[in-house]
Write a protein that binds this ligand. Structure first.
Ligand SMILES: [Zn+2]
Length: 390
């Protein structure tokens, strides 16, 4: 049983000054105004454990290896794939870096993640670090010969590894045929699926049978045209496939129309923003005020260290706050906590509320939710249900 008093506490109703959170073994038992006899208040803002809803832990060994240029998405992806394809100098490096970064996530106040893995092994280091969340085992490829095996993989059950649920998920509309997207969607093991969507304008062009993604697949000599041209936007295509909803975490949403935003909101499909990665790769941010106005549920992610300098979800906030000063700063803290927890189906995390087990993180010196650089932070209570005490 412990009582934590802070200058500000992020509660579902907003940032509340001089408040005490009582907890027992990580479970919040009471929230109340400070009173005589309470210990002095911590100088800062108490928030629930952070949620990084989109990253690629297995790419951590590519940190800093794929610099930004002004040449756009295809150029960046091409260089990333070339560097990745050349392989690490030390074959142990990817797993060692992944383990280090998983520990680093916890050290920076993260309680849960949505991690995309092409190889599927990242559940072990994430669980070992004590993290909760989902590893999305990624599927892609238009090859018709491999489609039966891929469909079988897409229909695989979820597997639990410690606090992590690993389940299949499709990569993106320009890399994955509709049948495979459908087969890899739907809630499994309590976890939603995910898909990269509208990160670049090439995706919509591809769905119209045009543009660099078409040229890329043709250059590779791939047999993909059988999948047809739906002639709609990426969001429109996912909606036509019937997969949009609370069980699909859509990632990026940089290139969306008003109609796309309205569709996401109507279906209740959450969207994860990765602003630093989007700026690094494509030089453009999602229209966050328009997404908020449309009522799209939002989460925050860092994407991988190949396109972002760290996996600290709070590192996304200074850029967002600068780009969209009209947005209430409390909104950014919600995206990094309850937004991510909701998007990943983790209802016991993300909110400081009686009965919840969110983990309690003190953001040093932060008042009113504003910070120009990601703050220092300390765990006051580690979330119950995590596999490791802290
Ligand atoms: Zn990604």
């Amino acid at each position: 049983m412990a009582a934590h008093r802070a200058r500000f506490v992020l509660l579902p109703e907003g940032l509340v000054p001089d408040t005490v959170v009582e907890e027992d073994g990580g479970r919040v038992t009471a929230i109340r105004p400070a009173r005589a006899g309470d210990p002095p208040a911590h100088d800062g803002t108490l928030v629930p454990g952070l949620v990084n809803a989109h990253l690629h832990l297995e790419l951590s060994w590519l940190a800093g290896a794929v610099p930004a240029t002004a040449r756009g998405f295809d150029d960046w992806v091409g260089r990333m794939l070339a560097t990745r394809g050349a392989g690490p100098s030390d074959p142990e490096l990817p797993r060692r870096r992944a383990a280090e970064e998983a520990e680093g996530l916890v050290a920076r106040g993260t309680v849960a993640v949505g991690d995309v893995s092409g190889e599927g092994w990242t559940a072990a280091p994430l669980a070992a670090a004590g993290l909760r969340g989902v590893v999305f085992h990624e599927l892609l490829g238009f090859g018709r010969e491999q489609l039966p095996q891929r469909l079988e993989a897409a229909r695989a059950d979820a597997v639990r590894v410690g606090g992590i649920v690993r389940r299949p998920a499709p990569h993106a509309v320009y890399s994955t045929p509709g049948e495979l997207i459908v087969a890899a969607c739907g809630r499994r093991g309590g976890a939603p699926s995910t898909i990269h969507c509208a990160e670049d304008a090439r995706e919509e062009a591809f769905l119209h049978g045009e543009g660099p993604a078409v040229a890329f697949l043709d250059r590779l000599g791939l047999d993909w045209r059988w999948s047809g041209h739906p002639r709609t936007s990426p969001v429109g295509w996912l909606d036509r496939l019937g997969v949009l909803g609370p069980d699909l975490l859509v990632v990026h949403g940089v290139h969306l129309s008003d109609a796309d935003r309205a569709t996401l909101a109507a279906r209740g499909a959450p969207l994860c923003l990765c602003p630093r990665s989007n700026l690094h790769i494509g030089g453009r941010l999602a229209d966050v005020p328009a997404l908020l106005a449309a009522g799209v549920p939002l989460a925050l992610g860092t994407d991988s260290l190949a396109s972002c300098e760290d996996l600290d979800v709070l590192g996304e906030i200074p850029l967002l706050a600068l780009a969209f000063p009209e947005v209430d700063p409390t909104t950014w803290l919600r995206l990094a906590t309850s937004g991510g927890a909701d998007a990943l189906g983790l209802s016991d995390l993300g909110r400081i509320a009686a009965g919840s087990t969110p983990g309690l993180v003190l953001l040093h010196g932060v008042e009113g939710g504003r910070f120009g650089v990601p703050p220092e932070r300390t765990w006051l209570s580690y979330a119950a249900g995590a596999t490791r005490g802290h």
